[in-house]
Ligand binder design. Sequence first.
Ligand code: ZN
Length: 194
Amino acid sequence: MKKYLKVTQDLMREFEQVEVIHIPRGFNEKADALSKLAAVAFDHLAKEVKVETLKQPSVTKVSVIQVGTHEDSWMTPLIDYLQEGKVPESKEEERKLRVKALQYEMVEGGLYRKSYLGPSLKCIDEGEVECVVRDIHEGICGMHMGAKMVVARALTAGYYCPAMFLTAVKEIHKCDHCQIHAPVGRKSKSSLYQ
Ligand SMILES: [Zn+2]
């Protein structure tokens, strides 16, 4: 679904104006029926809904974020430790890393943060987290969510980076839309004199 969302978002950028309308399920029988096809037999639907089986997915672009770029990031010491048992020279740093590493695991060559409430979160580096928070902040409906909401959404989407909140704050600060529409508070006035 994420891939389809990405393609939709890319297409939407090509238009000057886009309106997203939520259609209640009762008025949307065809799409609703189609969404159930994966789970149920559809013989009884054949008369009402035309079914075409696609042999190839209609999304070809691979937009999966690759973990394991060779540039160093916050993940490097953890990956080195979990994969090769490498530890820092300082005993104190080594102890810290061993404790920290208990919260992480390697899955198919990627670093994941263990989560007790749901599936493990895919760890992303500082560059990747920028793209993720920007995408979420601007959102499919141009919602321009606040930093806390952006982080909550990113976690729900299965991403983790310790710098997530700070990056979201910075991205929002850079966002023209949010700067134009931000309320002017007393604080910003007084900061001129500090
Ligand atoms: Zn914004």
